[in-house]
Write a protein that binds this ligand. Structure first.
Ligand SMILES: CC(=O)[C@@H](O)[C@H](O)COP(=O)(O)O
Length: 255
């Protein structure tokens, strides 16, 4: 079970809803992924005009927990405003805090992320900040009371996978709230690796929506996350410098 604040989930895959070739593919990919949490950018939501297209229109949104995100915000103030708008629209009280500090790398602004998270916690939101893999920043966010920490594997949409597994391991080790690896996942083995490191979940979008076959990739990601989690729970063997035989001969009368 993945527990985030007062929410509980069986699936450990959090899926983005943007950039699919069309809404039918989006629906099929979401279905086969068996995700229970869908994230989307509030600024892309058509909250005010019912005649405008709705990019979640094919999805049975009632089946999912919605995780609106504050994409587009460059300051804490903007992120807080977007989050309040999402809440006022009856979306969900969970919010992914995303405050981008650099348009080229799309890396999060640490100070504004901290500020926005603090403010939204005071307002009673369930707060999931997207952060860099900075270990001490992750600690500060946890100390503030954030309900999960979401360090990036690598820049959003880059598909580079986990560039700093050591930092992720440190964040996971120190954290008493769920750690969800968010952004930069390229292939299923990246997602499996995040889970093998001990992450509680993975949030991804581009690797699925941009795949040649998004539906197959969604299924592959689901299986990879499940396999990675099982592997983590099973406990890996220690790494050794030299070989040890798989069929030991000690105590046997063979030479
Ligand atoms: C959808 C969303 O929230 C993205 O901003 C997220 O960080 C996923 O990144 P990838 O597209 O790299 O998986």
């Amino acid at each position: 079970m993945l527990k985030i604040g007062s929410y509980e989930f069986s699936s450990r895959l959090l899926l983005g809803t943007g950039k699919y070739p069309d809404f039918d593919v989006q629906k099929e990919a979401v279905d086969v992924s068996e995700t229970e949490i869908l994230t989307f950018s509030v600024r892309r939501m058509n909250i005010f005009d019912a005649n405008q297209p709705n990019f979640l229109e094919k999805l049975d949104v009632g089946k999912y927990t919605l995780l609106p995100n504050t994409a587009g915000a460059k300051t804490a103030e903007e992120a807080v405003r977007i989050a309040k708008l999402a809440k006022a629209s009856g979306l969900c009280d969970m919010i992914k805090v995303e405050v981008i500090g650099c348009q080229k790398t799309l890396l999060p602004d640490p100070l504004e992320t901290l500020k926005a998270s603090e403010e939204l916690l005071k307002e009673g939101f369930t707060v999931l900040p997207y952060t860099s893999d900075d270990v001490l920043l992750a600690k500060r966010l946890e100390e503030l009371g954030c309900h999960a920490i979401m360090p990036g594997a690598s820049p959003i949409g880059s598909g580079q996978g986990i560039v700093n597994p050591l930092n992720l391991r440190f964040i996971i080790e120190q954290s008493t709230v769920p750690v969800i690896v968010d952004a930069g996942i390229g292939v299923p083995s990246d997602a499996a690796m995040a889970m093998e490191l001990g992450a509680d979940g993975v949030l991804l979008n581009t690797a699925v929506s941009g795949a040649k076959d998004p539906v197959k990739m969604a299924q592959a990601m689901k299986l990879a996350i499940e396999a990675g989690r099982l592997g983590f729970e099973a406990g890996r063997i220690p790494k050794k410098r030299y070989a040890t035989a798989s069929s030991p001969t000690e105590g046997m009368s063979v030479s």
